[in-house]
Design a protein around this ligand. Structure first.
Ligand code: ADP
Ligand code: MG
Length: 249
């Protein structure tokens, strides 16, 4: 099982939107996918219709041998979810001394080709656990003026984790999100990001698309909610690129 973390300590850059829709397309393309919601806000959990989960990732961290008990099927065939519950908010204290907790949990998960982890908007213990558990990272960047702001901090944390907890960790790619092609600014940001990261930047660019922002309130990923939208096409293309990169790496 390949483990992919969706990380960026900035909030509102489309981590959750990317985790949910990428996971849904990877499943629709025939892979067995587990989405882990590591953000106490639980937005990925509710976006996939699992609003009332009583127990989930937090409880599973304490009982890794019983993880299958906490995994739920989603509306997308082939996509299962280890949901966030409000208890996860308190986990930061416990996880601060235990950066390998998520890694141990994932070691007892069977039956999936891919795990996609939605990380919270911080560089705290929950995110460090994600970095310690993942083989690969996808970094969503909002196509706006401050896109690269804060990335130095993320990259330093990634390097620290590579040197100690998880030497195999690598960045799989950077994805531009909420791209508004009508503005010069968005195009300038794309040019800057491609200069900075080179071929790490995915060819797929996620447009600003109202269907993507509506889908969570209908508890559906975009491939089910609005399969003919521009947002759907972009995430479908991203999923194809991710599969190719994972196979190569
Ligand atoms: P994060 O998880 O990084 O905090 P979200 O995925 O929750 O970010 O996205 C933040 C907000 O922007 C949400 O309301 C989401 O619906 C919206 N959003 C994300 N991507 C797009 C997009 N491509 N077009 C329009 N709205 C988007
Ligand atoms: Mg989020």
């Amino acid at each position: 099982m390949k483990i992919i973390g969706i990380v960026n300590q900035k909030g509102g850059v489309a981590k959750t939107t990317t985790a949910v829709n990428l996971a849904a397309y990877l499943a629709a393309q025939g892979q067995r996918v587990l989405l882990l919601d590591m953000d106490p806000q639980g937005n990925a959990t509710s976006a996939l219709g699992l609003r009332d989960a009583e127990a989930g990732l937090y409880e599973a961290l304490g009982l890794p041998g019983k993880v299958s008990r906490y995994i739920q099927a989603s509306v997308q065939p082939g996509l299962d979810v280890l949901p966030a519950t409000p208890d996860l908010a308190g986990a930061g204290v416990e996880l601060a001394d235990d950066p390998d907790a998520l890694s141990r949990l994932l070691a007892s998960v069977n039956g999936y080709d891919l795990a996609i982890i939605d990380a919270p908007p911080s560089l705290g213990p929950l995110t460090v656990n994600v970095l310690a558990a993942a083989h690969r990272l996808i970094i969503p960047l909002q196509a706006e003026y401050f896109a690269l702001e804060g990335l130095a901090g993320l990259m330093e944390t990634v390097e620290r984790v590579q040197e100690s907890l998880n030497p195999q960790l690598q960045v799989l790619g950077v994805v531009l999100t909420m791209f508004d092609g009508r503005t010069n600014l968005a195009q300038e940001v794309e040019t800057t990001v491609r200069q900075h990261f080179g071929p790490l930047v995915f060819g797929a660019v996620i447009p600003r698309n109202v269907r993507l922002s509506e889908a969570p309130s209908f508890a559906q990923p975009i491939n089910l909610f609005a399969p003919n939208s521009l947002g759907a096409a972009a995430y479908q293309r991203l999923a194809e690129e991710v599969t190719k990169r994972v196979q190569k790496s």
